[in-house]
Ligand binder design. Structure first.
Ligand code: NDP
Length: 451
């Protein structure tokens, strides 16, 4: 049995029997058997089933939010927002089913047309930081395209995905179409990657495991979508609304206790505004309420595990220049405070993903240097630019090598807009109509009209 913990209290929430290779193979076989009938469901009926799932998520909003909050240690207010997005994602893909069109292409001697065909059985491997959200980003487009699914949630946080699997059945999605298989990544995940009947792996997690997914997928030429780590830059120019940028910056790093691939954990500030901005940022960070996730007022909960807390702490070596260190509860739970550090672009803290509530403040001289530092990273997932100069905002947005950028805002994820990385942050796009391309193949058919 695997004990699933509440990271805020260290209490056991559930004991889950971990699946092995045999259970994984059985799930793949169920998904394979369900595929012909599921792909043949009329688009309007598939849309109706997805819409019903979205409605069930709405009806179970509080229940799902509580599960997510307890299992991940997320403040309940944030968990509610995330579950709200899960429903929106299924609504979006219900609407997308019959809008992912083929084309007709002018050719001589007949008619040429393209179809979007489902891939078959897809393996989805999801992380512990946004378990239900990230599951929905993959399930929505995969189901809309007519694929069947085996989803392996993270071992630490399987509860919300398991409940979602039950809701999918209740919505009328046929048995075998959505299979949730909790177990170890090295066992269930690895088997999905190798399994000859799995056509694609949709993965979110670390860059290291992403490399293993890619290597393993080569054996059967599986399709892969990888959404990996990040070390995103929040670039603040001196002409920005500094008060607004500083008020928003803590949430952009400390939300989900910094365990967010989009965390803007490098805060780049134009030197002439650095002191003023740092002062405002420290003040805003001091106000982040770290505490019991079930408390409506809490803004930051604990880290996911004791082991992860050790990893986060290992970044704060004695040579790191700490500008501010907040407070966190003591005692039970994997608590860690918000930390701001002053850094140079070459420091470890400015280069590696901490995946915790630690932000690095880095000064820059001018626009060219801001772009150079922002791009001096193996990652390229997200980021923000704060300036009142519209032309500069667009110039810098085009120059930064990253998949998702916000101007005068830190929000990067919406059901209808594409999300994904450049460089070692991965490839393929989730969300929006773009995600459908990753869960379908284009088939080209020529029909001769010659007599
Ligand atoms: P992992 O990449 O280890 O885990 C992500 C998922 O992959 C989990 O479901 C995990 O299963 C599974 N997995 C692990 N090993 C394998 C394998 N060999 N084959 C197939 N699947 C596997 O991330 P961690 O949870 O360990 O976090 C480590 C770091 O990864 C974080 O500190 C952060 O830097 C980054 N990360 C990035 C995320 C993002 O959103 N981009 C999300 C989570 C982590 P299991 O639960 O059994 O480990």
């Amino acid at each position: 049995m695997t004990a699933v913990l509440n990271p805020a209290t260290e209490e056991t929430l559930a004991d889950i029997p971990p699946a092995g290779v045999e259970e994984t193979d059985a799930a793949v076989a169920r998904a394979r058997a369900a595929f012909p009938a599921w792909r043949a469901v009329a688009p309007t009926d598939r849309a109706r089933l997805l819409r019903r799932l979205a409605t069930l998520v709405e009806e179970h909003h509080e229940e799902l939010s509580r599960i997510e909050s307890r299992n991940v240690g997320k403040p309940i207010a944030g968990a509610r927002g995330e579950v709200g997005m899960v429903a929106q994602v299924f609504h979006f893909y219900a609407g997308a089913v019959d809008k992912h069109h083929g084309e007709t292409i002018p050719v001589g001697g007949g008619v040429d047309m393209t179809f979007r065909e489902p891939l078959g059985v897809v393996g989805l491997i999801t992380p512990w930081n946004f378990p239900l959200n990230i599951a929905s980003w993959k399930l929505g487009p995969a189901l809309a395209c007519g694929n069947t699914i085996v989803l392996k949630p993270a071992e630490l946080t399987p509860l919300s995905a398991m409940r979602l699997g039950e809701l999918a059945l209740e919505a009328g999605i046929p048995e075998g179409v959505v299979n949730i298989v909790p177990g170890k990544g090295s066992v269930v995940g690895q088997r999905l990657i190798e399994h000859p009947d799995v056509a694609k792996i949709g993965f979110t997690g670390s860059t290291e495991v992403g490399q293993q997914v890619m290597r393993g997928a080569a054996g059967t030429i599986k399709r892969v979508t990888l959404e990996l780590g990040g070390k995103s830059a929040n670039v603040i120019f001196a002409d920005a609304d500094l008060e607004k940028a500083a008020a928003a910056a803590p949430y952009a790093v400390f939300d989900n206790a910094g365990q967010d691939c989009c965390a803007r954990s490098r805060i780049l500030v134009e030197r002439s505004a650095y002191d003023r901005f740092a002062e405002l940022l420290v003040e805003a960070t001091r106000n982040v309420k770290v505490g019991d996730p079930e408390d409506e007022a809490s803004q930051m909960g604990p880290l996911i595990s004791a082991q992860h807390r050790e990893t986060v702490a290992s970044f704060l070596t004695s040579d790191v220049r700490i500008a501010f260190r907040g407070e966190a509860p003591k005692g039970q739970g994997f608590w860690y405070p918000c930390v701001l550090v002053e850094a140079s672009p070459d420091d470890r803290i400015a280069r590696e993903e901490v995946f915790g509530p630690v932000a690095a403040l880095i000064p820059f001289a001018d626009e060219a240097e801001a772009v150079r530092i922002a791009n001096d990273s193996a990652y390229g997932l997200s980021g923000s630019i704060w300036t009142r100069d519209g032309a500069r905002a667009l110039r810098v947005a085009r120059a930064i090598d990253t998949g998702v950028l916000s101007i005068n805002s830190n929000s990067s994820v919406r059901p209808s807009t594409p999300f994904g990385g450049f460089k070692q942050s991965g490839f393929g796009r989730e969300l929006g109509m773009h995600a459908l391309d990753g869960y379908s193949e284009v088939k080209n058919v020529f029909y001769s009209t010659e007599g």
